[in-house]
Write a protein that binds this ligand. Structure first.
Ligand SMILES: [Zn+2]
Length: 1007
């Protein structure tokens, strides 16, 4: 809500500016203006007016120095930075930065790339004229410090460079679009750094290059400004929530620093690495009033250099100290953020030898001045927050800007004062990354040259390339020693003597020529190590609420082989540096029928859609031909020219074998199904990762909201497959079907209008965000499946489909003790003949975030039984021993009917008693078919946190439930997530391409 209670504002008495606070020690430069430099009186007066309490400001920002030729932010904003009612679009922010560049030799603007929707991203360098003139020489110096191999790890040479180099401090704003304050704060910050002649600011300007990307999520910023303008124009109404930020994801844009799938991540990463920057400081707004969360809480990421952990403390505590001395309340470090996951944007610095930093300040989600009431835990005094925020305040965007700028300026100043220390650390961290093989290990990671999934292997290597990791390729085969396996427990089923003779022996492994080697003796070894290694989050960790995912091992999630090697000899293998890695592809051999082995590589689906006129069949059994083995599900391609196929296959990295004759195995068509991807208006983020994956693979789909689905009576006429990816936030039937209540309030439109020109972009629109799928929509979905369509759901939409009764014979349970928090878990293939499983091996891994826990039943309407606690099938007390039958005195003994056993993932056998008038017994051909299950309890944890895993161990992970003439395919895992789960994409793609043959290979129990 908007409030303009300016009369209530307390205008504080001018501090006078010239007075240097006494809190600063001898030798320290006190913050505050230079009395000789004139102040922009009008601007300064506005700052005071818009600051709601004097203590929400500081001597660094309570005035604005005047300049004769450099325009203040007012030139573009029409008012001061942080003024109520004013949120600039990104292009306005850029226009101002370019005005600064034109007016001052101390400012340079660089274009750093485009967003998904084609908007520009910039980085603004502010420093002394001399520093900006010598950027290239300085970059060369920083480059040498950043790659100590270039100076032969010579510390004395490094010290010389440290003495001469100017460090780069990179600040990024507004990655999270509803956190709106950073752009105006950064406009004013750039002005101050360029114009202010106070010793404090001058030291920063002369000593450091401040690099600023004022808007990271540019597409989202423009949408947010549209929404805010809508709100200003409809002051008495509720306003729509920001349902899209960027094209694909919302808040998760700050979880992409591992996969680097979004343009904003790539552009910031390239800028950070290209500038050889020392700090990446990302600005957020969700906590009162300034939380330096970089220090956060345990557990810290295990792969960062401990030097960095110390830098976090040093800079963070200095920040808290300086702002506490200014008397600004609510400035603190520590708190509830753990620093485990490396997915945050700031972590680009943490794992590229820099310093990651992050502020949470307090934003109003717009530029209204509002009364804000805090929760007790927010204003409580704690050991790390002795001067906590106030329980209730009038808060303005200007207050927020004051905190952001004051924090940044004190941070920049402390960093500059200690720049030699931080530059030396930058060198040391790079050096320690380079000496990693001998100092700490591992020596390298190897991705074998004969991996059955060269396409997925190339995808993983491309992520490492984006991360600026050096990749090499072995020129010949090589053998390395693997560490000895731990000795087994003595005496387990084996003669002790025998065990002695097989004392822990080292093993060797040979890798073929062409294997990829990720050497750990390179400056950016740590990011590769962090992505490729395994993670273990202890269930006993005192941190009980992990901030984000706990596991992410890329080899497992991409379904490719990655071997961690400690044998340092691997570094002596003859190898070449390689870039632009792509899987080989094209047609080989002679013949008119073409075969493509199926190894669950997503590129096969791309090929199917690309060659729309070709006839493609899937082999329902494995076969051998032309001296090659082909897996079940391999493609048999006909009716296409060899040239077309060769071109497409080469482009996609798919190997095709021409055969003299088609193999004599049963086949069915692989069709380019017509897909619709359904989204709610509640949240579009989790499904956004699915859109991104489909777009990247070039698989066409329609994109429709639940509201639109409700208006399409015959879905089968338009679509073969409906993808309903997770909604997020465990949205249940009420939220998805009913949406947001419409009994009160006003419609919340999401569409382009003259006042909101940027809202829709290439996404979807509606007159009112509130209505959900509705019961008509539910009926349409159900009819779609009944008539032969395939509905694919995952996680919460799987629970939704079951709650709505779309599939029978599957129950879901809520976890009681289980905690699997964004972890990599083991999976096992149950039904290799199902088309959904084509190309997969018996053992696999997938991303799981607490379920849901499926259980199967052959009885309609019955919840599957849950098996917890000890088995109660032991024989009762009686005669004989454990394996003997009991007896009853006075009557003949009877044979106990043998109980048919079933596995945890299967439906329990139908009991004779249940077959009596068994109208609820689901006929065998209509029972759900388990394709993948979770691994056994002991194999469930691959990476991350798995606590109480017994509840989901061995449970179905992917189930194909026949329903009418169609299918509901339910995932408990999330197969498409954050561009990190390439290995499980084919489970979805197989479902799509075999939509009308999902029953292939089905074996029904005879009953
Ligand atoms: Zn944020």
């Amino acid at each position: 809500m908007r409030s303009r209670c300016w009369s209530k504002l307390v205008l504080f008495v001018a501090v006078g500016g010239a007075v240097a606070p006494r809190a600063w020690a001898d030798g320290e430069t006190p913050p505050g203006r230079d009395p000789k430099q004139p102040v922009d009186e009008a601007y300064t007066e506005k700052i005071r007016k818009y600051t709601t309490k004097p203590y929400f400001s500081s001597p660094l920002v309570d005035y604005l120095p005047a300049s004769k030729n450099v325009p203040t932010p007012q030139a573009v904003l029409g008012d001061v930075a942080g003024a109520p009612g004013i949120l600039p679009y990104a292009e306005d922010v850029y226009r101002y930065m370019r005005l600064l560049e034109k007016a001052s030799p101390r400012v340079k603007v660089f274009s750093i790339g485009k967003t998904e929707e084609g908007r520009e991203m910039i980085a603004v360098a502010v420093s002394s004229e001399e520093n900006l003139k010598n950027l290239e020489e300085n970059r060369a110096r920083l480059g040498k410090l950043g790659d100590p191999r270039s100076i032969k790890l010579d510390d004395a040479e490094a010290d010389k460079l440290v003495a001469e180099a100017v460090p780069v401090y990179y600040i990024t704003g507004t990655i999270h679009s509803p956190e709106t304050g950073a752009p105006t704060a950064l406009m004013e910050l750039a002005y101050r750094l360029a114009v202010d002649e106070s010793p404090y600011i001058k030291e920063i300007r002369d000593g450091t290059v401040t690099l600023i990307t004022p808007v990271v999520e540019v597409d989202g910023r423009d949408r947010m400004v549209d929404l805010y303008k809508w709100h200003l124009a409809h002051a008495k109404q509720f306003y729509p929530w920001l349902v899209y930020w960027g094209k694909y994801v919302a808040h998760d844009n700050n979880r992409d620093a591992m996969g680097v799938t979004l343009k904003l991540t790539e552009n910031v990463l390239n800028t950070y690495v290209g500038w050889k920057a020392q700090v990446l400081h990302d600005l957020h707004e969700s906590v009162p009033y300034l939380y330096d969360n970089t220090i956060g809480d345990e557990p810290y990421n295990a792969w960062i250099d401990p030097i960095l952990a110390d830098e976090w403390q040093v800079i963070g505590w200095n920040n808290v100290s300086a702002m506490t001395k200014f008397g600004m309340p609510g400035v603190f470090a520590h708190g509830d953020f753990d620093t485990w996951s490396p997915g945050y944007l700031m972590f680009i610095a943490a794992l590229h030898n820099g310093i990651s930093r992050l502020y949470e300040t307090f934003g109003n989600g717009g530029a209204d001045t509002e009364e804000r009431t805090l929760q007790p835990e927010e204003y409580a005094r704690t050991w790390y927050r002795q001067n906590p925020p106030l329980p209730k305040v009038l808060w303005s965007q200007r207050d927020n800007n004051n905190y952001e700028e004051t924090g940044l300026l004190t941070s920049l100043h402390f960093f500059t004062e200690n720049k030699q220390r931080f530059l030396k650390n930058f060198y040391l961290k790079a050096k320690r990354s380079t000496t990693k093989p001998s100092e700490e290990g591992p020596a390298a990671y190897v991705l074998p040259g004969d991996d059955p999934r060269p396409g997925l292997q190339a995808e993983l290597l491309q992520v490492l390339e984006k991360q600026a990791v050096e990749i090499s390729r072995a020129k010949s085969a090589f053998t390395v020693t693997l560490p000895a396996k731990k000795p087994k427990e003595p005496g387990k089923g084996k003669d002790r003597k025998e065990e002695k003779s097989e004392a822990p022996a080292r093993t060797t492994r040979e890798f073929p020529a062409g294997s990829y080697i990720i050497r750990m003796d390179q400056p950016y070894s740590r990011i590769a190590d962090a992505l490729l290694d395994r993670q273990y989050w202890s269930p006993d960790d005192p941190q009980k609420t992990p901030y984000d995912d706990t596991g992410w091992t890329f080899g497992e999630l991409f379904g490719v082989q990655v071997t961690r090697l400690t044998d340092i000899k691997v570094l002596d293998v003859p190898m070449d540096r390689v870039t632009g890695i792509r899987a080989p592809g094209g047609v080989k051999g002679q013949g008119t029928v073409f075969a493509i082995n199926n190894s669950a590589e997503p590129a096969l689906a791309t090929l199917r859609y690309k060659l729309h006129d070709a006839s493609i069949e899937a082999a329902e059994e494995p076969f051998e031909s032309a001296g090659k083995k082909f897996n079940r599900g391999s493609y048999i391609v006909r009716n296409t020219s060899r040239a077309d196929l060769d071109r497409a296959a080469a482009e996609l990295g798919v190997e095709v074998t021409a055969l003299g004759a088609p193999p004599g195995v049963k086949t069915h068509p692989v069709r380019a199904a017509r897909i619709v991807l359904v989204h709610t208006w509640l949240s579009t983020q989790t499904e956004g990762w699915w859109r991104l994956a489909l777009d990247k693979l070039g698989i066409p789909y329609d994109y429709r909201s639940t509201q639109a689905i409700a208006k399409i009576p015959d879905l089968n006429a338009k679509y073969d497959v409906i993808l309903f990816p997770p909604v997020g936030y465990n949205a249940g039937v009420n939220a998805v079907v009913n949406g947001i209540p419409t009994a009160w309030g006003n419609p919340l439109p999401w569409k382009n209008t003259p006042e909101t020109p940027n809202l829709v972009g290439k996404n979807d629109s509606t007159d009112d965000l509130r209505p959900g799928l509705g019961w008509d929509g539910v009926a349409h979905l159900q009819e779609f499946v009944e008539r032969g369509g395939v509905l694919l759901t995952a996680m919460d939409t799987s629970s939704l489909a079951l709650s709505l009764g779309f599939a029978d014979g599957i129950g879901t349970q809520n976890a009681s003790k289980m905690k699997i928090v964004g972890s990599v878990v083991g999976t096992r293939l149950v039904d290799e003949a199902s088309p959904i499983a084509y190309g997969y091996e018996e053992k696999g891994a997938a991303y799981c975030d607490n379920g849901p826990i499926f259980s199967l039943s052959s009885i309609a309407g019955q919840r599957g039984r849950r098996r917890l606690g000890p088995e109660v099938r032991a024989r009762p007390t009686g005669r004989g021993s454990l394996d003997d039958p009991d007896f009853a005195v006075g009557r003949p003994g009877v044979e106990v009917p043998e109980e048919r056993k079933s596995e945890t993932w299967e439906s329990p056998p139908v009991l004779d008693e249940q077959k009596r008038n068994g109208f609820r017994v689901i006929p065998p051909s209509l029972r759900p078919r388990v394709i993948f299950r979770y691994a056994d309890s002991k194999d469930l944890l691959v990476s991350g946190l798995v606590e109480g895993g017994d509840e989901i161990a061995q449970r179905p992970a992917v189930v194909d439930a026949p329903s009418g003439k169609g299918h509901v395919v339910l995932f408990s895992i999330n197969p498409v997530y954050r561009g990190e789960t390439w290995g499980s994409y084919a489970m979805v793609l197989n479902t799509i391409l075999n939509f009308d043959s999902l029953n292939a290979g089905r074996k029904d129990p005879s009953e």
